[in-house]
Design a protein around this ligand. Structure first.
Ligand code: GLU
Length: 283
């Protein structure tokens, strides 16, 4: 087998907050095919940081469903076991004056520990709203050190265009202050105990960099998050991988598939006798 040069390293990054449905299966299948055709390596990354919604039984179910579909991976990691790595990245951002504490209420921050899904028609509440800069220091943020019991935001440069060429969706451009603002990178523990958790954006950037991911294949709802993540990569001195955002599957009323679409969960289809080959044929 001929190895790609530089090697292809990809990942499947499901959140164990529900059962995988056809939309996930399609994205993961594409990620799998791209890694295999490049003779690359594929990680399974369990994005289990959302303490309220992640469940071990969903982690087990997603592994089983992916294997049933015929997908294989070369290594696994679990975000809940990697907290010191995310903390180290936060410390670097704080020391560089690129992060600041935010005391806005929990309700304002509700959307930030899971991947936002920017399908405005279907779920406008899923995108992190543009922050009103209430806690942003007026001049450059001072170098800071971590204090537990606080939320932290990344200080985005003002009105800056972030452009990239998506390998599937084509040229993309987002502008800070207009498309997104200073976003949450760390969230304090709900009960005030413990040091809290990284947001999806920070954990994703750290893991993609530390595992040497060369191409990210994921749903098209995360295009705007890619712009946020590119800014974090630059701030942390990490390379920017290639991106391939897949179209989202919709149900027959045009609504993006979500974990609540139980009828289209892989397990439901499987118990009805649908075979993996029949599912893959739909893609
Ligand atoms: N865990 C995320 C999700 O299920 C995917 C994030 C990513 O691929 O970066 O939506």
């Amino acid at each position: 087998m001929k190895a790609a040069n530089p090697p292809y390293i990809g990942r499947l990054a499901p959140s164990p907050t529900g059962l995988l449905h056809l939309g996930h299966a399609r994205t993961f299948y594409i990620a799998h095919q791209r890694a295999r055709s490049a003779h690359g390596i594929l990680y399974l990354r369990d994005e289990d940081l959302d303490g309220q919604r992640s469940r071990p039984e969903f982690s087990a179910a997603m592994r089983e469903d992916l294997l049933w579909l015929g997908l294989r991976w070369d290594a696994e990691l679990r975000q809940s076991e990697r907290l010191p790595l995310y903390r180290a990245a936060l410390d670097r951002l704080l020391a560089a004056g690129l992060a600041y504490p935010c005391t806005c209420s929990r309700r304002d921050l509700a959307a930030a520990t899971q991947a936002p899904h920017e399908d405005s028609a279907a779920a406008p509440e899923d995108d992190e709203p543009i922050y009103n800069n209430r806690c942003r220091p007026s001049k450059a943020s001072p170098a800071n050190t971590f204090v537990s019991g606080r939320n932290y935001r990344f200080r985005t440069p003002d009105r800056t265009e972030v452009a990239f060429i998506d390998r599937h969706a084509g040229p993309q451009s987002f502008t800070t202050s207009l498309d997104f603002g200073d976003f949450l990178i760390w969230r304090k523990a709900p009960d005030g105990d413990g040091c809290g958790l990284p947001s999806y954006q920070l954990a994703c950037v750290v893991d993609d960099a530390l595992t040497g991911i060369t191409e990210v294949v994921r749903g098209g709802d995360l295009l705007k998050s890619t712009a946020r993540q590119i800014l974090l990569q630059r701030a942390l001195g990490y390379p920017t991988p290639g991106y391939f955002h897949c179209e989202l599957l919709r149900d027959n009323t045009g609504v993006r598939l979500a974990k609540r679409h139980d009828a289209l969960a892989l397990r439901t289809l499987r118990t009805r006798g649908v075979t993996p080959a029949e599912i893959l044929a739909m893609f």
